[in-house]
Design a protein around this ligand. Structure first.
Ligand code: PGA
Length: 252
């Protein structure tokens, strides 16, 4: 049985005051004892958020991280710096990073490996655009994105990692993949992984992201290969995020 995983990606939103209010409204997430819950604040707020949730079971992830160790990379933040702050890991390859900041599969694989080598959690995001789905390329695209890491670093690199399927057309648009559409892709991703290592494929948590909210979470979590959610917009609303956690807890 895979332990459900729910994370709130705040994207470029928040302020000291708004973050404190949100965290205080979320309260003690350890009441959700059968799931893992994470928040993903902007890097500049990591330290304060980590201090605020220090006594709770909530983990704190960065939205991205540099693939480089240190040096002349103005504006970047290294894995060692995240570790120094006490962050638990980072997202890699979010579609906004791929599309708006031109991150490549190779770069994403390097970021993934850097996190893994430091013992931090990597959350690899994959997903197709609307044009790719309409062209029937969904599985080719998400498999390529997964294989970019799997081929380079092997299945053992995914121990403690999470794979997030986030169809780009469903992110922030209010359009959600139906539970059946998402399940089909999750099952295919698991099959791609199983060709390398079946036992690890069965352990791997594959979570869905793209307009998840309180009202559609349970239907998604009912699916056999959907092990949680990476939540954007709804994670900024405590009631919505808690409703999603509750649905995940129920599915555990
Ligand atoms: P959304 O974002 O829930 O606002 O669609 C999900 C994500 O980008 O992780």
């Amino acid at each position: 049985m895979r332990r459900p995983w729910v994370a709130g990606n705040w994207k470029m939103n928040g302020s000291h005051r708004a973050n404190a209010e949100l965290l205080s409204s979320l309260g003690d997430v350890s009441i959700f004892s059968d799931i893992d819950v994470a928040v993903v604040p902007p890097t500049v707020y990591l330290q304060t958020v980590i201090a605020t949730v220090a006594q709770s079971s909530l983990s704190v992830l960065a939205q991205t991280v540099s693939e480089f160790e240190s040096g002349a990379y103005t504006g970047e933040v290294s894995v060692a710096m995240l570790q120094d702050l006490g962050a638990n890991g980072a997202l890699v390859g979010h579609s906004e990073r791929r599309q708006l900041f031109a991150e490549t599969d190779k770069q994403i694989a390097d970021k993934f490996a850097a996190l893994k080598n430091a013992g931090l959690q990597a959350v690899l995001c994959v997903g197709e655009t609307l044009a790719e789905r309409e062209a029937g390329e969904t599985l080719a695209v998400v498999s390529r994105q997964l294989l970019a890491v799997l081929d380079r670093h092997g299945p053992e690199a995914f121990d403690h990692a999470v794979l997030a399927y986030e169809p780009v057309w469903a992110i922030g648009t209010g359009l959600t993949a139906s539970p059946e559409q998402a399940q089909a892709v999750h099952a295919s991703l698991r099959a791609v992984f199983a060709a390398f290592d079946e036992a690890r494929a069965n352990q791997l948590r594959i979570v869905y992201g793209g307009s998840v909210k309180g009202s559609n979470a349970a239907g998604l979590f009912d699916m056999p290969d959907i092990d949680g959610a990476l939540v954007g917009g709804a994670s900024l609303l405590a009631d919505e995020f808690l409703a999603i956690c509750k649905a995940a807890q129920k599915s555990a």
